[in-house]
Design a binder for this molecule. Structure first.
Ligand SMILES: CC(C)(COP(=O)(O)OP(=O)(O)OC[C@H]1O[C@@H](n2cnc3c(N)ncnc32)[C@H](O)[C@@H]1OP(=O)(O)O)[C@@H](O)C(=O)NCCC(=O)NCCS
Length: 152
């Protein structure tokens, strides 16, 4: 299994990115500015993440996703470790990520990797999405922002 940077956004990669973010418009916008990595098993893309440089020596992990069949087997953790290493390598001092108040599994996933909650952006998911988002029977309304210090 290899992880490498790509600029080629085909439909299978787009479908994967849509697992983490329902807005194709938003995805296309941040792909134009960010760095997209994929993990490949043979010729099949099985995981991805996107890093975006932000101000004040920070980077944002703006998307991370693993195909359904491969979830829960440690690939997400491997991609997250790779993203942390990449962010550190690029000189960032902090890595942050945002997830929804209803994304209970993702909140566990990031905290297990060492991210800490820093703020809530109230009403974030009420703007810019075509339909209301529900997960775990909860409406996704607020963004929970999480951060990790990168000690270079
Ligand atoms: C979130 C996602 C990337 C995690 O990848 P994954 O390969 O399923 O996760 P892993 O198997 O590597 O799990 C890593 C750790 O997180 C924990 N974890 C993962 N999903 C979890 C869940 N739903 N509930 C609780 N813990 C969870 C695992 O128990 C594991 O813990 P460990 O470090 O103690 O072993 C993947 O489930 C996914 O693609 N989901 C859809 C897209 C998405 O929601 N992306 C994030 C948007 S914010």
């Amino acid at each position: 299994m290899k992880i490498y940077k790509t600029k080629k956004i085909d439909d299978s990669l787009l479908q994967l990115l849509l697992l983490a973010d329902p807005s194709e418009k938003a995805i296309r916008k941040y792909l134009a500015e960010g760095e997209c990595f994929v993990s490949v098993d043979g010729s099949r893309i099985i995981g991805t993440y996107v890093l975006m440089p932000r101000s004040n020596n920070a980077m944002e992990l703006i998307n991370i996703a693993v195909i359904g069949k491969e979830q829960g087997k440690g690939l997400g953790k491997l991609l997250l470790k790779h993203a942390i290493k990449e962010a550190r390598r690029s000189g960032a001092k902090r890595l942050f990520v945002g997830t929804g108040n209803s994304s209970l599994g993702q909140l566990a996933f990031y905290q297990k990797a060492g991210f800490r909650m820093t703020k809530i952006i109230k009403g974030y998911f009420l703007k810019g999405y075509d339909k209301p988002i529900f997960e775990n029977g909860i409406q996704c309304v607020d963004m929970v922002r999480m951060e990790m210090e990168l000690n270079n």
